[in-house]
Write a new protein. Structure first.
Length: 208
């Protein structure tokens, strides 16, 4: 008991230092919610990202410096007070628009319309390149390539959106690990018993 007592007290002190830090990020001029703002604890790379309505919530510690960053807005910082008597804190963080200056792009036109027309009409596309393009874009070739794809365009777009959603959902924290999932292991063992992983014999078409 003498040895465990200090450990118990240190655990209580660590728990009392944690804060459920929640809030909403809005624009400074019109108070419109700002979605997908990165909310990270400085020098720790731990935090979260605001949802579509600008809301965020994660566990932090007292006296942590929280940084708010978003494209098109100036970076903002907030220090969680270390004098809190409760284990939660709410914040309305305002972000100011940031002006991004792009390099100058100069477009030089043709001196006259007649010179442009003459140069454009003088262009000659090689017949071999045109023939290759027509062959690659033929309906037969496009159909064969579409059938060889594992997923169509709609399925690929849905899969990419699902990956991005998972990345945003687990931002600032570790994603779940299926190596420790008992349900996944049970399904794997059942599939192994059923022989789903055995190599299927291929038909010999050499004589055809």
């Amino acid at each position: 008991m003498v040895i465990l007592f200090p450990l118990f007290m240190s655990a209580q002190e660590a728990d009392s230092n944690l804060v459920q830090f929640s809030g909403v990020v809005v624009t400074a001029d019109s108070l419109v919610p700002v979605p997908f703002v990165t909310v990270i604890i400085k020098n720790q790379w731990r935090g979260t990202m605001t949802d579509f309505y600008g809301f965020f919530s994660f566990v932090a510690s007292k006296n942590d410096t929280v940084e708010f960053t978003a494209v098109g807005y100036k970076k903002a910082r907030f220090i969680i007070p270390d004098t809190l008597k409760v284990d939660h804190y709410s914040l309305i963080q305002m972000l100011s628009h940031d002006t991004i200056l792009l390099h100058e792009a100069v477009i030089y036109p043709w001196p006259t319309r007649e010179q442009f027309k003459t140069a454009f009409m003088a262009l000659r596309v090689p017949d071999d390149a045109l023939a290759r393009a027509s062959k690659n874009l033929s309906r037969t070739q496009m159909t064969a390539r579409a059938n060889a794809m594992s997923m169509n365009g709609s399925e690929n777009a849905h899969y990419a959106q699902q990956l991005e959603t998972n990345r945003l959902y687990y931002a600032g924290q570790l994603p779940p690990n299926n190596w420790l999932n008992p349900i996944a292991w049970a399904q794997f063992i059942q599939s192994w018993k059923n022989g789903d992983f055995k190599q299927k014999p291929q038909d010999d078409n050499s004589g055809q």
